[in-house]
Write a protein that binds this ligand. Structure first.
Ligand code: DC
Length: 232
């Protein structure tokens, strides 16, 4: 089967990474969580007191940032390393979540991350999830999925995920953070969150993981067949 590029975009906590991971495992593709890159950059900025509203500070800091995804055979995912430190779990902290949308709205940060993401897709056989993957990073991707879910469902899912790490967290805190991130991500000047015109929408509010996976695999099959026909 010819390898393709699959993009999955959508609002926060729609289950994009869950679907991307499952597809990558089934197809033997590389899975890249582009949000992890923005989160790792945010972590670096917070730790080093970088003011992301000052362009020179951002440019200087970006020169000192090296990001790498390294596959972990135990967890089964490609974990993000920031300057050789595995920060896959640290970047899920609330303090990062509270600042990441602002950092991801900075033009220089986006240019830095997008250039690396495009390089990773050079060989095809990749599933990348994020906000602008189908619109900006891989506008020519063979399969673009735009995942959505009811806001209440998304809040509940994220709450459950955060609660295991931090039992003091409240549902209101999670809701406020999701609403804020969705607003900033959709309204920023540079590559805001948008559905690509040729993206297929999947609303998974009432779908089980298995149903969602089957639906997505059907799309993969269709797109892979189209690609094969075009190459014969
Ligand atoms: O997918 P996530 O929640 O881990 O993403 C964290 C933040 O990064 C999110 O609020 C928006 C930003 N992001 C982005 O702007 N573009 C992407 N391709 C991926 C994430």
């Amino acid at each position: 089967m010819k390898k393709i590029i699959i993009t999955i975009d959508g609002y926060s906590s729609c289950g994009k990474s869950t679907l991307a991971k499952a597809l990558a495992a089934e197809l033997n593709y590389v899975f890249i969580d582009s949000g992890a890159m923005y989160r790792a950059i945010t972590l670096y900025f917070l730790r080093n007191h970088v003011d992301w509203n000052i362009r020179e500070e951002v440019l200087k800091a970006l020169k000192n940032i090296s990001l790498e995804f390294i596959y972990n055979y135990i967890t089964g995912i490609s974990e993000i390393h920031l300057n050789d430190e595995n920060v896959e779990w640290l970047i899920r902290d609330m303090v990062v979540a509270e600042n990441v949308s602002e950092v991801a709205a900075v033009k220089e940060v986006r240019e830095f991350a997008v250039a690396q993401q495009q390089k990773m897709g050079g060989e095809k056989g990749i599933v990348m999830d994020g906000r602008d993957i189908g619109t900006t990073v891989f506008p020519d991707a063979e399969l673009k999925i735009f995942l959505t879910a009811d806001p209440a469902v998304r809040v509940e899912r994220r709450f459950k995920e955060m609660f295991t790490k931090n039992p003091n967290i409240t549902i209101d805190e999670v809701k406020t953070n999701l609403e804020m991130r969705d607003f900033i991500d959709s309204n920023r000047e540079f590559s805001p969150l948008r559905k690509a015109e040729d993206a297929v929408v999947i609303d998974n509010s009432n779908l089980t993981l298995k149903e969602q996976f089957k639906l997505a695999m059907k799309l993969v099959k269709e797109k892979t067949e189209v690609r094969e026909l075009n190459h014969n």
